[in-house]
Ligand binder design. Structure first.
Ligand code: PHE
Length: 331
């Protein structure tokens, strides 16, 4: 009987089978359990011999099960290690070298540029309070300018930030002037077509100093230098525009990087490409954060747009498709 069980243990090939066999032996209705139950029927003079025999069986079966378990576990680990093995010394004819995604690459260049001008890099939450995204930026409830942005709202009344401008507010509330900051990060709008994706990236800029210390000329100088650094030898022009949080405001164009200003399909024949928005910080914004006797400028730009113009990429959506054949071209 005993050797029979030992032989069975010996032929087991998996941990699952082994566990089933263990139950067949030691379980409630298992072989040994039933054998021990027979004790009461065994005549007294035979009891000692019977118990000794059963105890020996118990010990040898327990041992055999344990040993088998160890062997099977080592086998399983061995198999796993073999199947997951990577030979790092193996020769590969055309190794694939990674590269930064064009959006990250562009973002890094922008950040580095402003860090070299001593701008700090600030951060804010993607799920924002209405106050930071709109209210404090001179966009009170029912202000028609809120229609400019198609906003994602959460169930509890928060918004996915529609621009990086709320970081202006957070930074001003957390620090004291003078301030010289940028805020890179993702923003969200209900938009999806050739030139819009529901998530994209912006870099915000804000400079605040004492009253009368910051003028439009300062803003203009920094923007022109920055754009020439990013796009090379381009013309830059400022067009009057409107943002609730800046006054006066301007949209900034560069001469078309595709046709050098002659007029082509990309620039709709105008010779110009719009690349950022900026202006002198509106007095209402300073009031919302309790700043007095200060002056400042702010700007905001779309990183994907910069990346497309720098790398001459036609379709914005290709930046989000993670096609390695496209991304591999930007090493
Ligand atoms: N927040 C504006 C936008 O998303 C850009 C901007 C920032 C304009 C700062 C002026 C000043 O369109």
């Amino acid at each position: 009987m005993n050797t029979n069980w030992l032989e069975k243990i010996d032929t087991i090939k998996s941990l699952e089978e082994l566990e089933n066999l263990r139950i067949d032996i030691f379980g409630k209705k298992g072989y040994l359990t039933l054998e021990f139950a027979k004790m009461k029927e065994v005549p007294n003079e035979e009891k000692k011999e019977f118990a000794k025999h059963l105890n020996e069986a118990k010990i040898s079966l327990t041992e055999a099960l344990e040993n088998k378990k160890t062997i099977l576990m080592v086998d399983a680990l061995d198999k796993q290690l073999k199947s997951e093995k990577i030979d790092v010394t193996k020769f590969v004819a055309n190794p694939q070298i990674g590269a930064a995604h064009p959006v990250q690459f562009t973002m890094d260049r922008i950040i580095t540029y402003f860090q070299n001008l001593n701008f700090s890099v600030e951060d804010g939450p993607l799920v924002e309070d209405d106050f930071y995204n709109f209210e404090a930026l001179n966009l009170p409830a029912y202000h028609p300018a809120r229609d400019m942005q198609d906003t994602f709202y959460t169930k509890d009344g928060k918004v996915l930030r529609t621009h990086t401008s709320p970081v202006q507010i957070r930074t001003m509330l957390a620090q004291k002037p003078p301030i010289r900051m940028i805020a890179p990060g993702s923003v969200f709008r209900k938009d999806f077509d050739l030139t819009h994706t529901p998530m994209f990236h912006q870099v915000e800029g804000l400079v605040v100093a004492g009253e009368g210390e910051i003028s439009f000329a300062n803003l203009k100088y920094v923007m022109v230098e920055f754009l020439k650094h990013m796009f090379g030898d381009v013309e830059v022009r400022f067009r009057p525009s409107f943002f609730p949080f800046t006054e006066p405001s301007s949209e900034v164009d560069i001469s078309c990087v595709f046709c050098k200003g002659k007029g082509c399909r990309v620039c709709s024949g105008t010779g110009w490409l719009e690349v950022l928005g900026c202006g002198i910080v509106d007095i209402n914004v300073f009031e919302a954060v309790g700043y007095k006797n200060v002056s400042g400028y702010a700007f905001g730009l779309g990183v994907e747009r910069f990346a497309m113009l720098i790398h001459k990429i036609g379709d914005l959506r290709s930046l989000f498709e993670s096609d390695i054949r496209l991304l591999g071209q930007f090493k």
